[in-house]
Design a binder for this molecule. Sequence first.
Ligand SMILES: [Zn+2]
Length: 176
Amino acid sequence: MQKVRIPVTADPVKSANKKQTFDGLVPATRLTRFQGMLAETSHQDLEVEVKFAVDEQGISYFSGTAKTAVKLTCQRCNQPFPVDISTRFAYAPVSSEQDLEELPERYEGVEVNEFGEVNLHGLIEDELILALPLVARHEPKDCPVDRDAMTWGEIDEGSDESSENPFSVLQELKRK
Ligand SMILES: [Zn+2]
């Protein structure tokens, strides 16, 4: 089946009232900021699903997923390596600071422009950029850098005062 092209902009309130859903593509060439962060230009179009709806509180929202496969530069060996990037998003349009404060936490607020529209491609691109790993690295077993050189990455197990896992902190940061 031919995938549709995800519209560049959308009126989230109108689309919510029409309960529009899209299962389609955003051309890779549209995502110039995202492309700039990759090891190589990606020619794979982004697969996006997005649905517009009104929730039981009467809030118009749109939510969905985006995924693609890209190449990033490994920070350890400087070689490109493949990574699957996927993200989920849920936005609700807001028109004032107050709207934003009253918005349930499950949504991110997005301001509409003077035509009542949002830049869907831009939002999805922002989400993809946030979904990139903070530090791009091969899996240790796949990285050609000598294993001896990797011991710097080991966690100091000498102190057992804190059971805090540093990776959970990373996960928290990634969510922001
Ligand atoms: Zn590597």
